[in-house]
Design a protein around this ligand. Structure first.
Ligand code: LER
Ligand code: MN
Length: 297
């Protein structure tokens, strides 16, 4: 929605008359977290070496991971994943789903409707797998010609209903901010948190990705504090998007933020590995590096 004189005057009059719309407090104003933060490490399946899902999950378990992040192909594959997971103690963290080509913020109402139906099917499967939520990017750069304001308004208008559905299937949407080379809309955690605040549904929450945050945020600590209780997933990668510890990227400031907000969900590898190195050696090394960084935070 463009802000024209009419909407400005109407909004100003409402505020002047004390009719401002009630909304939750800011994330940073929320009461102190109920629990002490925990570091629960996980990985996307594709990061782990191995010839089969069973082999990859067994390695994650052996290396002391708590969870696994599954790809967006869970609809129809619920049993395959449940059977494989049953052989381990791993839990499902988030489902990495994406944007569906920007369908949910498309100007075409039919495309939006189909997008919502597809997302709902993924949410239901995610609920069955007891995952922490479905990662959703409103639009990657080539996928929309709508303005920032139009996309935000559309999300605030349409996601309360999606959030209600998500809660009914014991799941949630997780908005993911990306860096400017991948998306112009939604680049900082505070922006995602303000959209979650306006949607005001436990079924619509957010995540942070250390790779994108290195490019877009001035402070990892500040970004996670702004996200507050809306934060339910974290992606881990070094500055160059390799395994944490493979370059100079520090996680201490961000982990301080996670401790401050009493973070209870997963931190999950979404990254590559420096060339010519054995992931079977490098992943356990990276997990140890992260545990050390957590201890320093
Ligand atoms: C894309 O760069 C990204 O970070 C993914 O998590 C998107 O779903
Ligand atoms: Mn990510």
């Amino acid at each position: 929605m463009q802000c024209n004189r009419r909407t400005f005057v109407t909004g100003s009059a409402a505020v002047a008359a004390g009719l401002a719309v009630a909304r939750p407090t800011r994330a940073a104003d929320l009461p102190a977290p109920a629990g002490k933060a925990v570091l629960k490490l996980a990985s996307q399946v594709g990061v782990v070496p191995g010839d089969s899902l069973d082999e990859k999950l067994a390695k994650l378990q052996e290396w002391g991971c708590d969870g696994v992040e599954l790809p967006g192909d869970i609809v129809g594959n619920e049993k395959k994943y449940q059977d494989a997971l049953a052989k381990t103690d791993l839990k499902v963290s988030a489902i990495c789903w994406g944007s569906l080509g920007g369908a949910l913020v498309s100007a075409d109402a039919q495309r939006r409707k189909e997008g919502v139906e597809t997302l709902k099917r993924v949410l239901a499967a995610a609920g069955e797998l007891q995952s922490t939520g479905v990662i959703f990017v409103p639009a990657f750069i080539p996928e929309t010609d709508r303005t920032n304001q139009e996309i935000r308004q559309l999300l605030v208008d349409t996601f309360p209903e999606i959030g209600e559905y998500a809660v009914s299937v014991r799941s949630r949407v997780l908005f993911e901010p990306l860096n400017r080379s991948e998306a112009f809309f939604l680049r900082q955690l505070a922006d995602a948190a303000s959209i979650c605040r306006d949607i005001n549904s436990p079924g619509v929450q957010m995540m942070g990705d250390f790779y994108h945050m290195y490019i877009e945020e001035t402070s990892d600590l500040g970004a996670f504090i702004s996200a507050g209780s809306y934060l339910h997933h974290v992606h881990l990668a070094s500055r160059a998007r390799n395994l944490p510890g493979q370059d100079e990227r520090s996680f201490v400031d961000g982990f301080r933020g996670l401790k401050f907000i009493g973070y209870q969900d997963y931190c999950s590898f979404e990254c590559g590995c420096l060339p010519n190195l054995d992931r079977n050696v490098e992943i356990p090394k990276s997990l140890k590096f992260l545990r050390d960084q957590w201890a320093q935070a």
